[in-house]
Design a protein around this ligand. Structure first.
Ligand SMILES: *[C@@H]1O[C@H](CO)[C@@H](O)[C@H](O)[C@H]1NC(C)=O
Ligand SMILES: *[C@@H]1O[C@H](CO)[C@@H](O)[C@H](O)[C@H]1NC(C)=O
Ligand SMILES: *[C@@H]1O[C@H](CO)[C@@H](O)[C@H](O)[C@H]1NC(C)=O
Ligand SMILES: *[C@@H]1O[C@H](CO)[C@@H](O)[C@H](O)[C@H]1NC(C)=O
Ligand SMILES: *[C@@H]1O[C@H](CO)[C@@H](O)[C@H](O)[C@H]1NC(C)=O
Ligand SMILES: *[C@@H]1O[C@H](CO)[C@@H](O)[C@H](O)[C@H]1NC(C)=O
Ligand SMILES: *[C@@H]1O[C@H](CO)[C@@H](O)[C@H](O)[C@H]1NC(C)=O
Ligand SMILES: *[C@@H]1O[C@H](CO)[C@@H](O)[C@H](O)[C@H]1NC(C)=O
Ligand SMILES: *[C@@H]1O[C@H](CO)[C@@H](O)[C@H](O)[C@H]1NC(C)=O
Ligand SMILES: *[C@@H]1O[C@H](CO)[C@@H](O)[C@H](O)[C@H]1NC(C)=O
Ligand SMILES: *[C@@H]1O[C@H](CO)[C@@H](O)[C@H](O)[C@H]1NC(C)=O
Length: 385
């Protein structure tokens, strides 16, 4: 017999005073190939990459009107005889008094400028194969691409490397920007970062259709992509004002929801058009009643397996499983609870693939390191930022 989860956690909201001040990012944001640091219109400080890497060639992107981070890129020569990896070395913070490893959100972003199709290559973090970078579909759709991982700092530095792979294409690996952001200890803390890292598959704000939710609303500049639904989208009639959720989601993700029709279940595919390889995944779902001082009961099923059955209040609930088995396309079903007056709803969700970490850190360049790579399917998100 198979169980579809090992642990399931439910966190009801307790009231804490809201922090009104803007949070500062701890970490570095690197805009590859710019010559000077600058602050963008969100208030984020971007540094040139010259102090983090010595190899590669700077290129200007000719497409006009791009976000500054996409208007330059660094590209690395692909050598079919001797494929190499090219690494950014990032200093990580170590709290020597704490046994907890600090973990970082690492996001690499890409916008290819031609000619031809974008090169396909590998990303390697501290010797672990993170993902294949294939931006072709996004490029053909006129979009940028990004890949995000939550990775523990196990030494004084973390290496984020691009590596050509003769099995894919012969083009030069390239990168537009690299973000390295320290997360607070409570964020995603159900994951054992001594053994695992988390690769983002989707982070969605249900019922939203506008802009991606990000910094400064999200203090770590996580991207919450709008997940529109013309029929079932609802806006909350009250604002959540305090945040005791361990994952510290931006409170704005609770302002919109997908709400089922009264008395009927609602099923939809999430993440959309992503077929997952059979494995264990971290899934967190966020709920808050759209009405003030209200509460409703509901059930949520993932591929027919019950994920949650209980109450959702105006103050909010997060339900997460650090190890949930998924395979293929994923269907989320919102089913009414015993109180049929208020239909079920959902506000936001995150799903990550779990990446097993190797003990061995590969420091050498060259073909050899490929022999200890571990398999992991690509994770990709769409949208020009
Ligand atoms: C963020 O940085 C600014 C400038 O250094 C500082 O004034 C402010 O207090 C910081 N905010 C927080 C929440 O730490
Ligand atoms: C940065 O400076 C280098 C050397 O001076 C130059 O080749 C490169 O084009 C400059 N890049 C930008 C984006 O100005
Ligand atoms: C990139 O653009 C900057 C100014 O926008 C220019 O100074 C620089 O020479 C360009 N670099 C290359 C490699 O074309
Ligand atoms: C590719 O690598 C081989 C072996 O190290 C070297 O002999 C050759 O010069 C390299 N080719 C280029 C274009 O750098
Ligand atoms: C570590 O603990 C010692 C003794 O409790 C304290 O003096 C020191 O400031 C702490 N260091 C850090 C980085 O918190
Ligand atoms: C290329 O594919 C072959 C066959 O699947 C595999 O043995 C080899 O390790 C792959 N090479 C790289 C660099 O991933
Ligand atoms: C990259 O993506 C494109 C478009 O989805 C696909 O045709 C191609 O086979 C992919 N390349 C690799 C090496 O997987
Ligand atoms: C995660 O963080 C929360 C809030 O600090 C704490 O209450 C909880 O015990 C932590 N869980 C684990 C597994 O460390
Ligand atoms: C929620 O907060 C936003 C931004 O502060 C504000 O525009 C909106 O009117 C608020 N909504 C309600 C229902 O109070
Ligand atoms: C709603 O769910 C809660 C918690 O599961 C339960 O205690 C309560 O009885 C339920 N309410 C109704 C009306 O079924
Ligand atoms: C990794 O290290 C742990 C603890 O030292 C050990 O139990 C485990 O067998 C090692 N795994 C591999 C793949 O070497």
């Amino acid at each position: 017999m198979e169980t579809h989860f090992r642990f399931l956690f439910l966190l009801l909201f307790s009231l804490l005073p809201s922090a009104l001040s803007q949070f500062n990012i701890s970490g570095v944001l690197i805009d590859c190939s710019v010559n000077t640091s600058y602050t963008d219109n969100q208030g984020l400080r971007w540094l040139p990459d010259s102090q983090f890497i010595t190899s590669g060639v700077s290129k200007n992107v000719s497409t006009p009107g791009l976000f500054t981070t996409f208007s330059t890129l660094r590209s690395f020569p692909y050598n079919a005889t001797r494929p190499r990896k090219f690494c950014y070395t990032l200093s990580s913070y170590r709290d020597l008094n704490s046994s907890r490893v600090k973990r970082y959100l690492i996001r690499t972003s890409y916008f290819f400028d031609g000619p031809g199709l974008p090169p396909v290559f590998d990303l390697i973090v501290d010797g672990n194969l993170w993902t294949m970078v294939n931006t072709t579909a996004d490029y053909l759709a006129g979009s940028a691409s990004y890949y995000e991982v939550v990775f523990p700092a196990r030494g004084k530095t973390i290496n984020v490397c691009l590596a050509g792979n003769p099995n894919y294409t012969k083009g030069d690996p390239f990168i537009s920007s690299l973000e390295f952001i320290m997360l607070d200890d409570s964020v995603y803390n159900a994951t054992d970062f001594g053994k695992k890292a988390m690769g983002l598959i989707a982070r969605s704000k249900f019922g939203a259709s506008g802009e991606t939710e990000r910094y400064p609303n999200d203090r770590y500049n996580r991207y919450w992509q709008p997940f529109p639904d013309q029929i079932h989208a609802k806006t909350s009639t009250h604002n959540i004002t305090s945040s005791a959720f361990w994952n510290l989601p931006p409170l704005d993700v609770f302002n919109t929801a997908i709400v089922a029709d009264k008395g009927n279940p609602l099923a939809f595919q999430w993440p959309q058009q992503v077929s997952l390889q059979r494995s264990t995944y971290y899934v967190a779902l966020y709920f808050a009643d759209t009405l003030p001082k209200s509460s409703r009961n509901l059930s949520v099923y993932i591929n027919g397996y019950q994920f949650y059955d209980g109450a959702v209040t105006s103050d909010g609930v997060v339900v997460f499983s650090p190890e949930w088995i998924l395979s293929g396309l994923t269907t989320l079903t919102l089913a009414p609870g015993s109180n049929l007056n208020l239909p079920p709803l959902i506000n936001a969700g995150e799903v990550f693939g779990l990446l097993d970490l190797q003990n061995l850190t590969i420091t050498r360049d060259g073909m050899d390191f490929f022999s200890v790579m571990i398999g992991w399917c690509g994770i990709k998100l769409y949208g020009r930022l």
